[in-house]
Structure formats: C-alpha cells, structure tokens
Design a protein around this ligand. Structure first.
Ligand SMILES: [Zn+2]
Length: 470
C-alpha cells in the first residue's frame, strides 16, 4: 500500500468566530500541495483529544503516512509537550513534515528541531494571550453570577449549580451505583480519615472506581473523572464545595460570590480540612515531580539524577513557603561522596543567564566568524600553493587535487555550521524578544522549554556544568 500525504487543518472555535473563512482558507492552501486527504478539526490547539488529530497519530503509528502538511506549526498543536512528542513520532516512523508558512522548519537537523520546539513554546505563549481574550468574554457570566463550570459533585444548569445525583458509575462487585455527588462525598470522607494524604486518597479513589490516572491512559477522547493528588487538593479548596462561586481562580482578579448554591462541605468538614492541610507539611500530602529542573540535573561523582528535597521557609515562626533543592540521593545512603545540595533557584538563574549569553555569543558569531577563515583552510591553501610551485608531474597533480577536495569539504562543512548557528540565533532571539517569556511560563511549561534546550546539567558540589542541545 502506498503511503499517504495528509494535510492537517485546525481552527479553534474562537478563531472560527473571528474569521468564518479561516478554515476554508487553510484547506485550500493545504490542497494546493498534492495531498491525498485533508483532516480537519475545529477545536483548541491546547486540547489533545481532537478526533482527526488522534486519527492522524494512529495512522502514523501504523506506517500509513509519508508526509504531513500544515499551514503553520501551531495548527498541529499549541502545546509544547505534544509537539515534542509529535515530532519524535514523525522521526520514529520516517514521516516528513511540511509547514507552508514556515518552510525553514526542518525537523531532520538538530537545530531545525530546536527551532521547531521553540516555535512551540512561543505558540503556547500566544495561546495564553488567547485565553485572556476568552476571559473577557466570560466577564459577562460573572456580571450575571452565573457558573462557568461545575466541579466534581455538581452539575450546571443555565442559572446555577445543582448537586449532581444522576448515577454515572456502577461498582461491579457490589452493583452499587454512584452519582457525581456520591463520588464527592466519598472523597471528602476518605481524605478526612486518619492518616489519609492527597496521594493515598487519589490512589484509593482511582483504584476503587476503576479510573486510570490520565498519565496511564492515552485515550483522551473519553475522559474519566480520575483525580491526581494535586487535583484532589485543588478540588478540596474550591469554594464551589462550600456553596460559593469563584471567578478567575488563583489569579489577581479572583472574585468569590458567596452563597450562590447548596454546599457539599459542611462548615465543620471545612475546618477539619483546613486543619489537616495546615498540620501536615506539604511534603507528606502531595507527591509531585513537576519541578521544572527534574530529570535534567546529574551528580558529577556517580552520574545519577539528582532528587528534589524541600525546606520550609519561615517568617516569625510561620511557614511561608518552600525552598527547593537538588541533591544526590545516594549520598544520604553513604553510597556517593557528593553530599552538597544546590537550590533550584540558583540553577534556574544560572541557566537563564547561560541561555542569554549563548544568544549574545551566537549573534557575535554571526557577524564575526562568517568572515574569518579557519586555520585549517589557511594551512591547506599554503600547501596547495607550495605544490603548485613545484615542477609538474602526475603524482603532484594528484596530491593537489586531493588537497583541493579536502579544502572544499572543510569549507562547505563550515558553511553548514554557520547556517545552523544562524538558525540558533533566531531561536534564542525569539525567546529574548518575547516579552516576559520566562515570567509567563508555568512550572510545567518552563520544564518543557528547559527540556527542549538543555541536554544535561552536571553538579559537582560547587558549580554546575550546562550541556545544551545545540
Ligand atoms: Zn552521586
């Protein structure tokens, strides 16, 4: 069976509202290249459960596709993580990627790949601005005191939240049926039981009701209400459970409208939850691995990955936060002599400075090194001149030819290096031109950008040694 060339087009609902022709324009442009079929999704690029995107992934995995064509990279995805995974998948199955508006993207070279990842990071940044525009539209809801979504336990009506009692699950062993409200009740009781943590509650909940954690399942088209430890924490703290509506949660604009619907948490339960959260240190309640440097730091002595440790930050005997450190866990078992630790903030500051300097260096490289001739070429040119001054014979002619070939190879090789370096400058400049690039990244996003740029960071007890991917 011949492999197919597939065009992929996507518009989000908002983009569609702004320009009703947007999708048609994309399709006709993709069709101007000879494609066998065009797959279309009308959904946000942040969502991975797009029907035709999933179909595309499936067919790539089955080896049915030779090339994917799109107008822009952000049509494929706006999530950096998905993009990295997508490009890895293409490479794995020898699929080429053609981006009509960004024809310089070449995922077969290291620097092209890096550029591609950075465009992904920038696209994600744009998408954040887009969500801000959505927020403006939703101001209307707030002015009406209308809910913008229901947390577990509730369902939405046009005007308000009501407790959700429709049975959605059946436990096979006991044939007992559960509604969303029952699930919420179970979670609260479980969390308030002795010794329960976010982690144990999440584990028990997902096991009891047969949910797979989203990390384990790729089937995003059928989302189950599985809950991660952090998800449970966020849910317990959601004012909806106490009968209040919250707008723009966890932002400066956060606003709570009290007593808009029936509460699920009783006042006593709420006090107990707060006590539990304040009593146990964060460390025991949540197990998290989402620190942006995790997986990148290595021990110089034993070459193992460093592990996170946390320390309380106190102010007037009150815990006001946590300081994150990395250290070699083997040293605590006496198996490695590297006992020193390094703070995550220190590493991040150094890392960002490293990337800034790298971008500066690369821009100098652009203007200076392009015109400097490398010593090897000078040497070869001299040798050729000497040869040419000698009396002619076949052996000398042959030697001159060889030297000239060598010289040409080095020259073209150098030009390639310059070409790659020039591309790297574009990438890094993109980062530093994007205002507040680092500030607007979440810990997860920052992690992805670091992952895209940095291969490894080695800690020797005093300093770090950064090994970039370019
Ligand atoms: Zn070690």
């Amino acid at each position: 069976m011949a492999k197919k060339i597939i065009g992929y087009c996507r518009v989000s609902k908002i983009e569609q509202d702004i320009n009703s022709q947007a999708l048609e324009q994309q399709i006709s442009r993709v069709k101007s290249i000879r494609v066998d079929d065009v797959y279309v999704d009308v959904l946000s690029g942040r969502k991975n459960d797009r029907e035709n995107f999933l179909r595309l992934l499936e067919e790539i995995k089955l080896g049915q596709i030779s090339q994917v064509v799109a107008t822009r990279l952000d049509r494929i995805t706006r999530k950096l993580k998905t993009q990295i995974e997508f490009i890895d998948l293409l490479k794995e199955h020898n699929v080429t990627l053609k981006i009509l508006d960004q024809d310089y993207i070449d995922t077969s070279t290291a620097s092209g790949l890096l550029f591609c990842h950075l465009l992904g990071a920038v696209a994600q940044n744009e998408s954040d601005q887009l969500s801000e525009r959505i927020n403006h539209g939703l101001d209307y809801y707030r002015s009406q005191n209308r809910p913008m979504g229901a947390c577990l336990g509730y369902q939405m009506t046009k005007e308000k939240l009501i407790i959700s009692t429709d049975k959605i699950l059946c436990e096979i062993s006991s044939k007992k049926e559960f509604s969303r409200y029952d699930l919420a009740r179970w979670l609260i009781d479980e969390f308030l039981s002795l010794r329960a943590t976010y982690y144990s509650t999440s584990k028990k909940y997902n096991e009891k009701f047969g949910f797979q954690s989203s990390r384990l399942t790729n089937n995003r088209s059928n989302p189950t209400p599985s809950l991660s430890p952090t998800g449970i924490k966020r849910w317990l703290l959601n004012p909806q459970l106490r009968g209040h509506l919250v707008y723009y949660p966890n932002t400066e604009k956060q606003q709570i409208i009290y007593g808009t619907h029936t509460a699920i948490l009783t006042p006593i339960e709420w006090i107990k939850i707060q006590e539990k959260i304040n009593f146990y240190p964060e460390k025991q309640l949540v197990k998290t691995s989402n620190y942006s440097l995790s997986g990148l730091l290595y021990c110089s002595k034993c070459d193992r990955r460093l592990t996170v440790s946390k320390q309380k930050i106190r102010k007037n005997h009150e815990i006001i936060g946590w300081k994150i450190y990395y250290r070699c866990i083997r040293s605590t078992h006496g198996k490695c002599e590297q006992k020193k630790r390094i703070s995550a903030d220190e590493v991040k500051t150094e890392l960002k400075e490293f990337l800034r300097q790298k971008s500066e260096y690369l821009s100098h490289f652009d203007s200076q090194q392009k015109n400097t001739i490398c010593p090897e070429i000078v040497e070869l040119t001299n040798q050729i001149e000497v040869m040419q001054s000698l009396p002619k014979n076949n052996a000398i002619d042959e030697a001159i030819r060889k030297l000239e070939k060598e010289k040409n190879d080095i020259e073209s090789n150098q030009q390639n290096i310059i070409k790659n370096q020039t591309e790297n400058i574009d990438i890094l400049q993109k980062i530093y031109e994007t205002k507040g690039f680092w500030d607007c990244l979440t810990e997860d996003e920052e992690k992805e950008v670091f992952k895209a740029l940095i291969k490894k960071i080695v800690f020797d007890g005093f300093n770090i040694d950064i090994e970039p991917r370019f």
